[in-house]
Design a protein around this ligand. Structure first.
Ligand code: ZN
Length: 136
């Protein structure tokens, strides 16, 4: 497995509208999509910076993964997503190297990407997402 680039950086925020305002009015970026991912209990907003995207994540429920993250660690960088050719193949390859997986197989994430998460215990504390866009 070799990622082609960083697909996006996921940032947990307490209030999506406030955060969008910062990224647009202070950093001068443009929010091009807002999407709710119901099974992740999250509302997302996307920005492009060159080839890399910023994914803002606001929890829609205190017991969702982002709600729990903010409760434990506060708002901030949540995960880094690497673009790979095939998520399922990449997950198998990293598991063979002893990495603990959160997702045993790819599933559908925001923007129609196939995604899979690696456990931060195996990745030096960084929640790591692999994604491909084969189905988009
Ligand atoms: Zn992500």
């Amino acid at each position: 497995m070799k990622p082609s680039h960083i697909e996006h950086i996921g940032i947990a925020v307490e209030n999506l509208q406030d955060a969008i305002k910062y990224y647009e009015e202070v950093l001068g970026l443009t929010c091009y999509a807002v999407e709710e991912v119901a099974d992740q209990k999250v509302k997302t907003a996307f920005f492009k910076v060159g080839e890399v995207k910023i994914e803002l994540l606001e929890s829609t429920s205190p017991d969702g993964p982002i709600g729990k993250f903010i409760e434990k660690k506060g708002a901030g960088i949540h995960h880094i997503a690497f673009a790979v050719a095939d998520v399922n193949e990449a997950l198998v390859a990293v598991q063979e190297k002893g990495v603990q997986l959160i997702d045993k197989a790819g599933r559908k994430g925001a923007e129609g990407l196939n995604i899979g998460f690696l456990h931060p215990k195996s990745t030096f504390g960084v929640l790591t997402e692999l994604c491909d866009n084969k189905n988009s």
